[in-house]
Write a protein that binds this ligand. Structure first.
Ligand code: EPU
Length: 419
């Protein structure tokens, strides 16, 4: 079992380069199933979620070659299996994107039911509603989902909730459908735009991604031999921005898209930090105790739920009492119990947490309950007095490439130890 051991008390200083976006990559890789040919994907984050989806694609018949640490060539000419391994897919949330892609490619797919995870209930009713509206028959039972269709036909679909996954999945299923599909009340996250850009690069006709109405004009086929570069990770950039604030440091965050970070920048300015924006980089610095603030997570362009725990660390040491209202997930405050072990004073109840700012955190053994909770605990360890040991770090490796190397380069004393 591996753990991270951090000797705290560091002000982070220097430069960090942001990797490609996890949540775009885990959708773009299944989207390659819509192509009967090859394509090259670069700026692909080298994280365990990407490796898992590559292994699942191989099981379906794709050939994958890593040409560089962050570049692969995928050959999807021969897809010869429509049953994705249940054990691999049921542990991995984004395996639901195989449904939209394989419905488009083969008209049939069976995957393990993506289970609920540490964030609370994660229904997929909107995905199913979209597939059925396009003409697919979807059955759920015995721990798996099967979807079949002899022909998908474009239609209008209104999403009852703003859902990243359902928006992308319905987009995937519609690319090769007959006629036009309209998704109303679509999610607008940067990774949705990125998946649409990838598909358009390969010959799809998708308009409006990034707004709440997306139109997909079905095309007969996608072309082969394209190259695509995954968008920089908004959430990884946000994580380092908040690490700079929490540690009273100064970090130049390179390879990011500053507009994607506006919602985080606005909160950082409110708590007294500094943000300087350049073309594709952003400098975040801070030299005083953060001020209290109220935060409510919302779909993009609102404050992202995926940086809520990292913001929680900042507010745990802020001057005064802050409140975070989590409006996306039912159970995203598990990290607050770990921060309390480090001396924080946080009361979390339901979807609200109250942070009574303390002067400092102290190192302790803590457990990452999920990916972003893990990132938050790293920041907490870096600013705490003494030594912090973080367990369950496989959650962190799912979504952050070379995380301890990146923090080490900024001055953190952090080691990965194999017990
Ligand atoms: N929802 C439904 N029905 C559905 C789908 C979603 O009620 O059919 C609800 C959910 O329960 C939730 C809300 O809608 O309350 C939003 O869920 P969404 O579908 O947008 O989330 P997701 O697609 O399952 C993605 C990211 C998450 C991120 C959320 C919100 C991926 C693989 N995952 O999940 O990322 O928190 O969007 O932005 O893209 C992470 O990276 O740490 C992470 C958890």
């Amino acid at each position: 079992m591996e753990k991270l051991v951090i000797k705290g008390g560091t002000k982070l200083n220097g430069e960090v380069t942001i990797s490609g976006a996890k949540n775009a990559a885990v959708a773009i890789l299944p989207a390659t199933l819509l192509i009967k040919g090859t394509c090259k994907i670069n700026n692909l984050p080298n994280i365990s979620d990407v490796k898992i989806i590559c292994n699942i694609l191989k099981e379906l018949g794709a050939k994958i070659t890593w040409t560089k640490p962050n570049e692969i060539i995928i050959d999807t000419r021969e897809i010869n299996c429509t049953k994705a391994p249940i054990d691999m897919t049921s542990k991995f949330r984004a395996s639901y994107y195989l449904i939209g892609s394989m419905l488009g490619r083969c008209g049939s797919i069976e995957v393990g039911l993506p289970g609920g995870c540490n964030l609370g209930a994660r229904p997929i009713d909107q995905h199913i509603k979209g597939f059925e509206a396009l003409g697919a028959k979807v059955t759920v039972g015995q721990g798996k989902i099967s979807a079949k269709s002899s022909k998908l036909i474009g239609t209008s679909i209104y999403m009852d909730v703003v859902s990243v996954g359902a928006t992308i999945n319905v987009m995937l299923a519609s690319v090769l459908a007959e006629g036009t599909t309209t998704i109303d009340n679509a999610a607008k996250e940067p990774h949705i735009v990125d998946v649409a850009n990838f598909l358009n690069t390969m010959g799809a006709d998708i308009r409006g991604a990034g707004t709440d109405v997306i139109k997909i004009n079905g095309v007969k086929e996608l072309k082969s031999e394209g190259t695509y570069s995954v968008v920089p990770d908004q959430i990884e950039a946000g994580t380092f921005m908040l690490a700079a604030i929490a540690s009273k440091g100064n970090i130049l965050i390179k390879n990011c898209i500053p507009e994607h970070l506006d919602c985080i920048t606005a909160k950082i300015l409110e708590i007294g930090g500094n943000v300087e924006i350049y073309g594709d980089s952003i400098r975040v610095s801070n030299n005083k105790r953060p001020s209290k603030v109220s935060v409510k997570t919302l779909p993009y362009p609102g404050f992202p739920t995926d940086v809520q725990p990292q913001m929680g660390v900042v507010l745990s040491i802020a001057n005064g009492t802050s409140i975070i209202n989590e409006s996306i997930w039912d159970s995203r405050f598990q990290y607050t119990a770990e921060l309390n072990k480090m001396g924080a004073q946080i009361t979390a109840q339901g979807k609200t947490a109250i942070f009574e700012g303390v002067d400092k955190l102290c190192g302790a053994p803590v457990y990452a309950s999920d990916l972003r909770a893990g990132a938050a605990l790293i920041i907490a360890g870096i600013i705490a007095d003494g030594t912090t040991e973080i367990y369950n770090i496989d959650h962190i490796d799912r979504g952050y490439e070379n995380i301890e190397e990146k923090f080490k380069k900024l001055g953190a004393n952090i080691q990965r130890i194999n017990e």
